[in-house]
Design a binder for this molecule. Structure first.
Ligand code: DQA
Length: 144
């Protein structure tokens, strides 16, 4: 089964959106990085993005049958969504939460994450490399 890499709202604008915070790489660049990293680790990936909370919830439901692990950047829903937390709590495999920016260095409303209550690990402030680091951790957890 593949690793689902799930991206939340506004991440379709990565590279154009606040480049001083999120960098110049696009989501397509991140997808390529994930595919390369995964293949070096012997993993397959499925890469998805939505701006809609309910769509993200449904993608997590599908992952129950179809994915071995989830790497998720819930973006702004990190800080608001009990629904995404509940969906992740219905998923059995490893879950890694990724933030491109260091949310703890930013506004206080970004310091709390609902998703962290379920995540096996949280990576923040590593830029887009955080996705590659998350896949390395997934590979370790899936072996264990
Ligand atoms: C983010 C951090 C969130 O606070 C923000 O709403 C995002 C992106 C990150 O990757 O740094 O959209 O998840």
């Amino acid at each position: 089964k593949p690793v689902l890499i799930l991206n939340g709202p506004n991440l379709n604008l990565l590279g154009q959106r606040q480049p001083e915070v999120y960098g110049r790489e696009t989501l397509a660049d991140v997808e390529r990085l994930c595919a390369e990293t995964a293949s070096s680790l012997g993993l397959k990936t499925q890469f998805r993005q939505s701006n809609h909370e309910g769509a993200l919830v449904e993608m997590i439901h599908e992952a129950r049958a179809e994915a071995a692990a989830i790497v998720i950047n819930p973006a702004a829903y990190t800080h608001t969504s009990v629904a995404i937390l509940d969906a992740l709590n219905a998923f059995d495999g490893p879950v890694i939460e990724v933030h491109i920016s260091n949310v703890h260095k930013r506004e206080s409303f970004r310091h709390h994450s609902y998703v962290s209550a379920r995540a096996d690990a949280v990576i923040a402030g590593c830029g887009t490399q955080g996705y590659a680091l998350a896949l390395h951790r997934v590979a370790t957890l899936l072996k264990g």
